[in-house]
Design a protein around this ligand. Structure first.
Ligand code: BES
Ligand code: ZN
Ligand code: ZN
Length: 500
């Protein structure tokens, strides 16, 4: 699907489907919708009356034009309440438009800059959000469909044209369109990485993904097991031991001239989490290819960084391992020593993410960044607390917290803060080592995991995003987030970086 902006009159372009809109509570079509209504002899006004179309979010009405205008069909989509209409509403709208167009079997779609000028929305933001929503909702992963389901591709929308006649608005919209295209493409890249089964996404494959991003200011350093050993990353190496797939460390860098801040992005990169010897029940293991969702978000962010060139130095770090119960696997009861010298008592080999992050965060800290942000599919407890859609944030810095919450609101990736409650450091106190890798059964599992990570970042401003819920979804709750890997975090990180 291609999306382009044309400085043309809406009615002058031929297409299968022309999409206009209506706010909730509006009794008459306004703006572009009014123009189309007039050209159709008041057909839209009549339909609003007769069909009781209320302009709710997700509501739509499609009808044929019988040759009265160049478009074969027209769709009216609901914008919802004008009061709460914002960038994320436009993003969802873009998603709904794609769904409506796919259902109507439209190959070519023409539409407008929905909501530009409403509230704080300018043409640039409106275009960016619309384009993000459309691309993200049209995302499909069919690399493993083989002979079946080829028709999916045939049914896809081929082209979308956004019409805007005003010269200044259309210039701004083109900027937004380019930004939205880059962000959607980076998100799709992350989604693909998560959606590939673990049979095709081992640690070495994550290294290849990282290498594919080199150029345009991005460099990569790869550490093999021997190099990780020299660096004393013995915690991550312990997790990797039960698998036949060797581990790899990846360090991506982007250092623009004149950057004033250094940000380290750390991702959990467990390419499959069987639980290890503390093996998971079958149902809990089924989707564990998603356990590298944190690394996928970091890689997606770097793809976007190469395209959008933010003015900050960024480092992306992950230690890729597979957590398997092989003959040489690490055991419950073992003690392992992390890169910074901290000793960790392993009591459950399924709490492996934090063990690998101990070394990844220790390594990130040696770069002396101003901020560390880690993203990790870390705890089932976070899904219990916040559900499938919302990531948990635990941080030692209130300013960073606010920045990330603001970014989340704009990017449409829900985030909620959980407390980094100091007394719960007790939950991960070990009798025989510095810390243990599990907390108290049934109590604040996400927070105790964060308390485990905390010592490894020292005083560095740090935010831990537990993305166990939103990295991979079973049930669609937004039109722009289809089933499977979601690429959660890519756009949130980019919003955060862009504002620094
Ligand atoms: N990868 C899992 C967490 C997870 C669960 C991610 C569901 C996505 C969906 C993690 O490694 C894990 O197994 N955590 C354990 C920790 C426990 C043993 C302390 C958990 O949450 O049960
Ligand atoms: Zn686990
Ligand atoms: Zn895991």
């Amino acid at each position: 699907m291609t999306i382009e902006l044309q400085q043309k009159d809406l009615l002058a372009v031929s297409c299968d489907l022309l999409v206009v809109n209506l706010f909730r509570g509006a009794t008459k079509p306004a703006g572009a919708t009014g123009v189309v209504d007039k050209a159709l002899g008041g057909a839209i006004s009549a339909l609003i009356e007769e069909d009781g179309f209320e302009g709710n979010v997700g509501q739509s009405l499609v009808f044929p034009t019988f040759g009265k205008i160049k478009a074969k069909k027209v769709a009216i989509v609901g914008l919802g309440e004008k009061k709460v209409f914002d960038a994320d509403a436009v993003r969802k709208l873009g998603g709904y438009i794609v769904k409506v167009a796919e259902k109507a079997r439209a190959k070519s779609v023409v539409t407008i800059l929905h909501g530009a000028g409403i509230g704080g929305l300018d043409p640039r933001m409106s275009a960016q959000s619309l384009v993000e929503g459309m691309y993200l909702s049209s995302y499909r992963f069919h690399q493993y469909h083989g002979k079946l389901r080829k028709s999916d591709a045939e049914r896809a929308i081929k082209s979308v044209v956004i019409c805007e006649t005003d010269v200044r608005a259309s210039k701004a919209a083109v900027e937004g369109l380019e930004r939205g295209t880059a962000l959607a493409s980076a998100t799709s890249f992350a989604r693909d990485l998560v959606n590939h089964p673990s049979s095709h996404m081992a640690p070495a494959d994550l290294v290849e993904a990282a290498k594919s991003l080199v150029g345009k200011g991005v460099t990569v350093k790869v550490m093999d097991a021997a190099e990780m050993k020299r660096k004393k990353m013995n915690a991550a190496l312990a997790v990797a031991r039960g698998s036949d797939h060797p581990p790899f460390g990846v360090h991506l860098s982007y250092k623009p001239r004149g950057a004033k801040k250094i940000i380290a992005l750390v991702g959990k990169a467990v390419t499959f989490d069987s639980g290890g010897l503390s093996i998971k029940p079958a149902d809990a293991m089924m989707d564990m290819k998603c356990d590298m969702g944190g690394a996928a978000a970091v890689l997606g962010a770097f793809k976007a960084i190469a395209a959008l060139k933010p003015n900050v130095e960024v480092h992306g770090i992950f230690l890729a391992v597979e957590n398997m119960p092989g003959g040489n696997a690490y055991r419950p009861g073992d003690v392992v020593t992390a890169m910074d010298g901290t000793t960790i008592e392993i009591l459950n080999t399924d709490a492996e993410g934090r063990v690998t992050l101990a070394d990844a965060l220790s390594y990130a800290k040696t770069l002396e960044p101003d901020v560390i942000i880690d993203l990790a599919t870390l705890t089932g407890a976070c899904i219990v607390a916040l559900g499938q859609d919302i990531a948990g944030m635990m941080t030692n810095d209130t300013k960073l917290a606010q920045r990330l919450l603001d970014a989340s609101k704009e990017s449409g990736e829900p985030l909620w803060e959980l407390p980094l409650y100091a007394p719960y450091a007790d939950h991960v106190k070990s009798k025989i080592a510095d810390i243990k890798n599990i907390g108290m059964r049934g109590q604040a599992g996400s927070i105790s995991a964060a308390m485990f990570l905390k010592p490894f970042v020292g005083d560095t401003p740090w935010a831990h995003l537990d993305i166990a819920g939103p990295a991979y979804i079973e049930r669609e709750t937004r039109p722009d987030v289809p089933f499977g890997g979601t690429g959660y975090g890519v756009r949130l990180l980019m919003k955060y970086l862009a504002k620094l």
